[in-house]
Structure formats: structure tokens, C-alpha cells
Design a protein around this ligand. Sequence first.
Ligand code: FAD
Length: 287
Amino acid sequence: LIVDQRYDLIVIGSGPAGISAAINGVIRKKKVKVFGISDLSEKLTKAPRIDNYLGFFGVSGMDLKNSFANHIQKMDIQITEEKVDAVYAMGDHFAVSTRLNMYEATSVVVATGVSIKKSIPGEDVFLGKGVGYCATCDAPIYKNKVVAIVGYDVHAEEEANFMLDVASKVYYIPMYKPIKKIREGIEILEKKPKEIIGDDHAKKLLFQDGELEADGFFILKDSVDLDQLVPGVEIAEGHFKVDRHMETNIPGLYAAGDCTGKPYQYLKAAGEGQVAALNAVSYLDNR
Ligand code: FAD
């Protein structure tokens, strides 16, 4: 575990909410770190046409994403491609843990969006019985065993690469393109999972054409349950409960974008990111 330095503000999520929060934090001269993906957000890159983003009538999601990427590049804001597993309130600061590292910040903006990924039939039945959501956490159980990892975004690659040191065989089933960095020795299967079957324990992953036997199956999605992500945070109807300052029940912890509730829209997300960051700045300045 490494704590490199204490940040003023850690932003979790690189969609419009997170990017907007980061930009506003940097403009106010705060030391900001952003976690997410270099492609910013799948919900941006996959949108065919957007008619309601102010000033960008008819833009494609990819073009809007490129404009955002250009904006942060000009401001020298980098995205750290690590998935955040948990945010712990430590009193005067927050500890932000990723798979391999621990970071510290005085304030945090959570902008993780909401998951639209459907589960694989059987996933819930076998959860904890051969199906897991954190490969690095459960790695010791699969020493010298066969493991299949279904990865929904680039963050999952880190876990598959880690598993290779433990398991006797690792299969990687990517649900996105392109693959970035999978270690040699991992077998990549470009197939769409249909169902997980077994008896009292998961045994096989079925595809449209074929099946895969393994001792353990990991389904690595881009999102974590909100109350699991931030222990002690108040949730209302599946979203972070925030006030008009976008502050949660934990002082110094803000939320923005889809994760605070509907409407799920880019401009609402970007606006909330700004409100959250500017209030985080006030929080920092008033300490
Ligand atoms: P997201 O854009 O979902 O970004 C969240 C980011 O956080 C992602 O990059 C994710 O990888 C990252 N993340 C999540 N968890 C973690 C973690 N634990 N650690 C690190 N990073 C993490 N809205 C409109 O206003 N107009 C439209 O025309 C429109 N069209 C759409 C078309 C499609 C196909 C889709 C899917 C959505 C569309 N939307 C549209 C809705 C819009 O995409 C969302 O409301 C918006 O993207 C929300 O932004 P966000 O920043 O809250 O979250």
C-alpha cells in the first residue's frame, strides 16, 4: 500500500460530473487527483447523437468526449486508471483505496455514475459460491486453480494480471474493446457469457457457442454498490443522499452526477460536479 501524498480533493469518476469537478478544483488551485478511465465514460463514447448539451447541438458522444479530453489535457489534468474500491472517512481526511494502492485527501467528490450492466443469469445464485466481484480479494482461495474473469472495462485487466500469479490458469472474457494490457499466459476468450451453471457451487460459464469450466468466476463491473464504496454514507432510493451543496451526510464528502439521482443527463452531471467541487473548495478553505 502506498500513500504518495495528501490531495486536497480526490474525484472518483471521469464522466461529465467528475471531469467538471476536477476542472473547477484545479481552477481554484487545489491539488486534485481523478480516478476513472482514459476514455472518460462509456456513456459518452456510446451515445450516437446528443441534442441537449449546451452549445453542441447534434454532437456525437465520441466528439463530446474528445472535447472534454482536450479540455482537461489543456489544464494538465490526468486520469489515474485505477478502480476505487472504498472511501473511508478518517475524521480530518479520507482514505481512498484502490486494488493496489491507498491515497489520502482532505475532501472527496464521488461521481461514479450508475451501472446499466445487466447481470449474467446465475450470477446472483452463485455469488459467494464460486462467483465473486473482487478477484484480488479472493485470490488466495484460487491458488493453483482455474479462474475465469469477465471484465466489463479496462480496470478489470489489473485484476486478471494479478490473478495470473496465483491461479494455475486464467481465462479473460472482455466485454469491451480494445484490450489494453493483458499479460502473456492469460487466455482471452472473445465470447458473450450466457449463463453460469453449477450445483452447490458454480461450475461452468456458458456461451452462445460453447462453455468454459473453472473453479472460480469473477464478474468485474465498472461500478461498486454505493454504500459498499463509502461505508457509513446515507443512501436514498439507491442514490447518494445530498443537500443543495452536493454534500453527503459525511462532512467533506460530496457526490455529483447520475449517482445522486435522476434525471440522468450530461449537463445535470457537469453542473453538479461544479457545485460539488466549489463547495469542497469552501470546505477546504474554511478548515
Ligand atoms: P458517467 O458518465 O457514468 O461516468 C462515471 C465514470 O466513473 C465512468 O467513467 C466509470 O468508469 C467511472 N467509475 C465508476 N466507478 C468507479 C470506481 N469505483 N473507481 C474509478 N472510476 C469509477 N444524457 C444527455 O443529457 N443527453 C443525451 O443525449 C444522452 N444520451 C445518452 C445515450 C446513451 C447511449 C447513454 C448510455 C446515456 C446517455 N445520456 C445522455 C445520459 C448520460 O450519459 C449520463 O447521465 C452521464 O454520462 C452521467 O455522467 P456521470 O459523470 O454522472 O457518470
